[in-house]
Design a protein around this ligand. Structure first.
Ligand SMILES: [Zn+2]
Length: 307
């Protein structure tokens, strides 16, 4: 069965890149309607922006989606991860500006609110995308690939010259609520040099280190309070990947592997996957398959304390 929220949920905060103060409200919506954003600050006929892989446009630091009227929404990835990770297939999301609020830099604020509001099953089967053969894309030394697997498995490798990040690798099966337990509280991160560069260019206006991003500088963690996990950066990259893969519009059954990958490369991967009709099939989930999807059986008790 597909899922949607039992009650609407509202969030307020600033966008990390735009600094815009935004109110975002997630409403229940009918089966088979998918995830659709609505920009409430533009003309009614131009508001709808579907959360889909083919709506993504190039943006260096986040995932940005746009409609036919050039109306866009930035930084959708953490909210998308929370929706996928909670088994919410259908939602209408009203936003009052062009960027999703960054909250604490993770997805845990969204997850907590969704689980508190409750998720209801809808009378419609879940269709999933089953990967049939490997698909791979590259940009420089970054790689993203997807391979056949019976559940969604996310594997990620990062390597940074800052010693406080260094090389990190992790692989997690997204079944059994592992997103809520293992990934959703991991915050976005950046390097002090990037913060300096962005601020010099008038970006990161909403970025207040320590409140909504972990800032690293060489062997130091600049943000007060330290890390939520010793390997928080790679966990956050996995969170991003889950959100970006959520733009497929249906749950994916496959093994995703990202090596130094980012939002743009994961979107390249979805485009390459959908371009190859022999690389996937759309299947209707039976009860066993449903029980292995990322949102199956999640509950508040599994949210990490720190969140
Ligand atoms: Zn992120």
């Amino acid at each position: 069965m597909q899922g949607t929220l039992k009650n609407p949920v509202r969030f307020s905060g600033v966008g990390l890149h735009s600094g815009a103060q935004t109110t975002l409200t997630v409403y229940p919506s009918p089966a088979d309607s998918g995830i659709v954003f609505h920009r409430m600050d533009v003309a009614r006929a131009h508001r709808a922006v579907p959360a889909r892989w083919d709506s993504v446009i190039s943006s260096p630091l986040c995932t940005r989606i746009v409609n036919d009227f050039e109306v866009s929404i930035s930084t959708v990835e953490h909210l998308m991860a929370a929706l996928v990770g909670c088994g919410i297939h259908n939602a209408r999301i009203d936003v009052t500006a062009g960027e999703v609020p960054i909250m604490d830099g993770s997805a845990s604020v969204f997850v907590r609110a969704f689980l508190n509001a409750g998720i209801v099953a809808q009378r419609a089967p879940v269709k999933a995308l089953r990967v049939l053969k490997p698909v791979e894309v590259r940009r420089g030394d970054a790689v993203a690939r997807i391979m056949p697997h019976k559940t969604l498995l996310i594997e990620f490798d990062i390597e940074f010259e800052d010693q406080a990040i260094g090389a990190q690798s992790k692989k997690l099966n997204m079944s059994n609520g592992s997103f809520v337990r293992e990934l959703c509280s991991s915050r976005t991160f950046c390097r002090q040099a990037d913060v300096d560069h962005m601020q010099a260019n008038g970006l990161a206006l909403g970025g207040s280190p320590g409140e909504n991003a972990v800032v690293f500088d060489g062997d130091k963690i600049v943000s007060p309070g330290g890390l939520r996990h010793a390997d928080e950066p790679v966990r956050h990259k996995m969170l991003d990947a889950l959100g970006d893969l959520g733009l497929a519009g249906v749950p994916i059954l496959g093994h995703y592997q990202g090596i130094r990958a980012g939002h743009a490369l994961t979107n390249d991967l979805l485009r390459a996957l959908f371009a190859d009709r022999e690389a996937f099939e759309i299947v209707e989930c039976d009860p066993k398959m449903l029980s292995l999807l990322p949102g199956a059986g999640v509950h508040l008790g599994e949210l990490p304390e720190v969140a």
